[in-house]
Design a protein around this ligand. Structure first.
Ligand SMILES: *[C@@H]1O[C@H](CO)[C@@H](O)[C@H](O)[C@H]1NC(C)=O
Ligand SMILES: *[C@@H]1O[C@H](CO)[C@@H](O)[C@H](O)[C@H]1NC(C)=O
Ligand SMILES: *[C@@H]1O[C@H](CO)[C@@H](O)[C@H](O)[C@H]1NC(C)=O
Ligand SMILES: *[C@@H]1O[C@H](CO)[C@@H](O)[C@H](O)[C@H]1NC(C)=O
Ligand SMILES: *[C@@H]1O[C@H](CO)[C@@H](O)[C@H](O)[C@H]1NC(C)=O
Ligand SMILES: *[C@@H]1O[C@H](CO)[C@@H](O)[C@H](O)[C@H]1NC(C)=O
Ligand SMILES: *[C@@H]1O[C@H](CO)[C@@H](O)[C@H](O)[C@H]1NC(C)=O
Ligand SMILES: *[C@@H]1O[C@H](CO)[C@@H](O)[C@H](O)[C@H]1NC(C)=O
Length: 867
């Protein structure tokens, strides 16, 4: 035993030496509280730590939860002798004390904590080998109805103890559709959405409010868009039970090396009692005390909150539901107000979440006979002619009943109850019992008996009677024709500008039939001489006088003389054997006199379009006017401010007399005047608009005066600057498209120009070797128009010594001998320049100390030149 122990310590010592535990640091050190983590199940005899003794301590002692596994050598080597097991003890709380030679504690005890780290050495196990559960048909998908539960002894904080559930198989499986799903973390089993909804599309047709598309085959759209779906496919009648095999894996189900277990779940599908009730029929105008229970809905489990939803947003919604699911009508219904109701019953859980889809409740309102017949008007008037034959229809009385159509409640029955006067006898009329048509029953009527009969007619439905009144007027037969008082109204002369609406003539015919009936009323028609419909005749209903009125302007030029013929007619047809004869016609002759009218232009505005470069003398347009009296016309122009045009006095043709220019303004607007030749020289004015189309007639030019382009001298790097070109032509849609080039070959070694876009280009130096002077760079700009126009422009670029924010013109850039004044000026300028340079240098030295100035960066910008 002793030998073994020594051997053991020897081994340990060797290990200890081999692994470098000797050095102070991670694996050795003085006694102090420490924590170590060690994997469970590891090979035993592992060294944990080497404690170093401080005199007078010579040995160490270990106490606490050693479980006979942890040991300490006298020299302070802490180790363990058996594989650890986290599931037995996950933390060992040890104490180590240092002892002196006498065994007395001189240091500590200090706590030493050993945490046992987990390895996946335990299988997950289901708590039950078999589970049973039930689910209601149409339950909400995703709502767990059963939990399976497995445990794993491994550390749940590590993947080793993290379990993942999975359905391995569902039996039976129809069409490869999973009806069940499991939450891989909680083990909660619920219904799936997929494959549940194979039913008809219900509710979508009523969803005017929602414009979104139903993602499933059964959706309900609510005013506040709320999608409710339920499992339709699980049908206990088809298949009342299912079996699932469920696996659980540790390592979060992610590792190939995970352990697993399976269990079996039997599921019974129970019938859903959440079903729409049968449609309800409810008699209207019920006198029973309300509310009256009409139907009910029931959620599958107690405790649901029920409510009704009225999608029609009725002003009056007379239904309610109580917390049992019983549905009531709260007020008497009225079929004549609304004959059918459709609304929805909703069941929610205690948190207000819908438990399932809403149920449609249909209520049909049954008619009762609660509306009496109503007469079409207080008195219904008919006319009957004297000579009307027996049985002829006089008219039809149509009463109304609001009760349901085509039922006995609205079937009406007509009966004459009284005739006044009873002259020459009673019962002159009869009425068809159901149709209400009045007929002559006994004989033709005679006006001398009485001109009027009053009938009282009883209209009845099955319960109600209403009296309606009919007045029958006996009218004379139309056996007289209208006779004109004279057949010729003579000659009538009118000026052609006589106002529309004026009465120009009254005509009169008479009819001997009974006054104020359709037999004596006279309508006058113009039947000849007025094809344009310029005249009309209004009849005075009392006197039958006809007023001839101008309806449309008269026109001397088209109708100077008209022979107008009138016909007088009755609205009622003439009796058989009587016809209109010549006495019903009359005529007159209308003379229209001329009024001198101004010429009329054929258009209010004349437009013409020409290219702006048309030659002088080109015809650019014409205008036409006519004089209504046919007089000749002389044309002239007015407002030709630019003096560009002339008009041919006779033809109205317009010619250019000067170069036209679109850029001066287009269209060019002038007035044309047409004047009668002779007569009263009336004239009228119209507009002539000349639209000028563009011709490329403007060469490109620089967009502005580039007087102040400069580079700082000496140039430290090639620089560039940007310039812009323009021209005055019209550039439709895209703007101008200039091209740029250096005009002279000799400049091309020093300069290059590159196009940026249609208007802008960049002028760059090709090198840095420029003198301190002005360079004039000529650049060719082409506008690419039709025809292309090109011009050469000059950019003056100064190379100069740069100051703070600009450039000084180099001295002596002006050729020629200076005058005395100039010399003095130059002298003063030079002195000033020197002064400024000194000042600038001084300020620079003060402010810009250490900062390197980048000349080329400055040079690449266009800056104003200080002069
Ligand atoms: C699973 O079982 C464990 C141990 O019995 C328990 O603590 C846990 O709450 C259970 N989980 C569920 C979802 O029932
Ligand atoms: C567990 O389910 C979640 C979603 O519910 C999913 O994102 C995750 O990938 C699943 N894990 C496994 C291992 O299947
Ligand atoms: C109900 O019926 C009574 C007669 O039965 C009737 O007077 C009343 O107008 C009816 N009400 C409605 C709303 O139709
Ligand atoms: C018919 O009734 C009207 C009132 O509606 C009355 O003025 C008239 O005199 C009556 N006619 C006869 C012939 O009774
Ligand atoms: C009407 O005019 C025609 C033609 O001008 C003439 O012959 C006739 O005599 C005139 N009649 C009357 C009544 O003036
Ligand atoms: C037209 O008929 C009426 C009688 O209806 C008669 O008096 C008149 O003379 C007739 N006129 C002509 C022109 O025949
Ligand atoms: C004058 O203009 C009209 C349209 O206003 C045109 O129809 C006609 O042909 C033109 N006449 C001439 C001679 O150009
Ligand atoms: C052309 O380029 C210049 C400089 O880059 C810029 O200012 C201008 O807006 C551009 N013009 C067009 C039409 O892009």
């Amino acid at each position: 035993m002793i030998l073994q122990a020594h051997l053991h310590s020897l081994c340990l010592l060797m290990l200890y030496l081999a692994t470098g535990y000797g050095q102070e640091g991670k694996f050795s050190g003085p006694l102090k509280p420490m924590t170590f983590s060690i994997y469970e199940g590891q090979e035993p005899s592992q060294i944990i730590f080497q404690f170093k003794a401080n005199p007078p301590a010579v040995t160490f002692e270990l106490t606490g939860e050693t479980d006979n596994i942890f040991k300490i050598e006298r020299e302070g080597l802490l180790y363990y002798t058996k594989a650890l097991d986290r599931e037995t003890r996950s933390t060992h709380n040890l104490q180590v004390a240092a002892l002196d030679a006498n065994g007395a504690i001189v240091e500590g005890p200090v706590p030493i904590t050993i945490e046992v780290k987990d390895v996946n050495d335990n299988r997950p196990t289901f708590l039950q080998s078999k589970y049973e559960g039930s689910v209601r048909q149409n339950s909400r998908p995703g709502k767990p109805f059963l939990y399976v539960n497995a445990t794993d002894l491994d550390d749940p904080a590590t993947p080793n103890g993290q379990l993942s559930y999975q359905i391995v198989i569902q039996l039976p499986m129809i069409n490869n559709v999973m009806y069940f799903q499991i939450n891989n973390k909680t083990g909660g089993i619920s219904l799936t959405r997929e494959g549940m909804f194979r039913g008809a599309l219900v509710g979508l047709s009523q969803s005017e409010k929602g414009s979104w598309v139903c993602p499933f085959q059964r959706c309900f759209l609510f005013p506040s868009p709320l999608l409710l779906i339920g499992s339709q496919e699980l049908n206990p009648a088809k298949n009342p039970s299912y079996n699932l095999v469920i696996s659980v894996k540790d390592m979060g189900g992610q590792s190939e090396n995970s352990f697993s277990d399976t269990t079996s779940v039997d599921i019974i599908v129970t019938e859903n009692i959440w079903k729409a009730p049968e449609p309800v029929e409810m008699v209207e105008n019920s006198t029973d005390p309300h509310p009256i229970k009409i139907t009910q809905v029931r959620w599958n489990d107690p405790g649901a909150q029920y409510s009704l939803v009225d999608k029609e947003k009725l002003p009056r919604f007379p239904f309610s539901i109580d917390q049992e699911g019983d549905i009531y009508v709260t007020q008497p219904l009225d079929r004549e107000e609304k004959d059918a109701y459709v609304f929805y019953a909703v069941a929610k859980d205690e948190y207000g979440k819908p438990l399932s889809y809403p149920l449609e409740i249909h209520v049909k309102v049954q008619d009762i006979n609660d509306n009496p017949p109503t007469c079409p008007s207080p008195v219904t008037v008919f006319e009957v002619q004297e000579n009307e034959r027996l049985g002829n229809s006089i008219g039809t009385l149509t009463a109304h009943d609001s009760d349901e159509e085509n039922t006995a409640n609205s079937l009406l029955n007509y009966r004459i109850v009284e005739q006044t006067p009873k002259l020459p006898m009673d019962g002159l009329f009869l009425i068809q019992t159901y149709a209400g048509m009045l007929q002559l029953a006994k004989q033709s009527l005679k006006k001398q008996d009485t001109p009027q009969y009053n009938l009282t007619i009883e209209v009845s439905d099955k319960d109600f009677k209403t009296l309606c009144f009919v007045q029958i007027n006996v009218i004379d037969i139309n056996d007289q024709i209208p006779i004109f008082e004279k057949s010729d109204y003579g000659n009538l002369t009118l000026a052609e500008d006589t106002n529309v609406g004026s009465t120009i003539l009254t005509i009169q015919a008479t009819d001997a039939d009974e006054p104020f009936t359709g037999s004596s009323k006279i309508l006058y028609h113009v039947i000849k001489g007025d094809s344009e419909g310029r005249l009309g005749v209004d009849t005075d209903p009392h006197t039958n006088t006809g007023y001839v009125i101008i309806k449309k302007p008269l026109d001397f030029e088209t109708a100077a003389i008209s022979n107008i013929v009138f016909k007088a007619e009755n609205p009622e047809p003439l009796v058989f054997g009587v016809t209109y004869n010549a006495s019903s016609f009359a005529k007159f002759t209308l003379f229209v006199t001329d009024v001198n009218e101004a010429p009329e232009f054929s258009q209010y505005v004349f437009q013409a379009k020409v290219s702006e470069d048309v030659a002088i003398g080109t015809k650019v347009g014409n205008v036409t006017a006519k004089d209504p009296e046919g007089l000749d016309i002389s044309y002239s122009l007015r407002g030709d401010t630019r003096g560009w045009l002339k008009i041919d006095h006779v033809t109205g043709e317009i010619f250019s007399v000067a170069p036209l220019d679109r850029e001066a303004g287009s269209p060019y607007r002038v007035q044309v005047v047409a004047t009668e030749v002779g007569g009263s020289s009336l004239s009228s004015v119209s507009q002539f608009h000349l639209i000028l189309t563009d011709v490329n007639d403007n060469p490109p030019r620089l967009a502005k005066d580039y007087m102040d382009l400069y580079f700082c001298h000496p140039l430290s790097a090639p620089g560039s600057l940007i310039f812009e070109a323009t021209d005055d032509d019209q550039h439709l849609f895209r703007g101008p498209h200039f091209t740029f080039s250096i005009a002279s070959e000799s400049l091309q070694n020093d300069w290059q120009v590159s196009k940026i876009n249609g208007t802008h280009a960049r002028l760059s130096t090709r090198h840095t070797d420029f003198e301190e002077k002005e360079y004039v760079v000529s650049i060719r700009i082409n506008d690419g128009g039709r025809p292309p126009l090109e011009s050469t422009v000059s950019l003056t670029v100064t190379f100069c010594s740069c100051g703070e924010d600009g450039c000084f013109r180099p001295a002596g850039h002006q050729p020629g001998i200076p005058t005395v004044g100039m010399a003095v000026g130059i002298l003063l300028t030079t002195l000033l320049v020197i002064g400024i340079i000194l000042a600038v240098v001084f300020i620079r030295m003060k402010t810009d100390k250490g900062k390197d100035n980048v000349e080329s960066a400055q040079a690449s910008e266009v800056k104003p030149l200080r002069s």
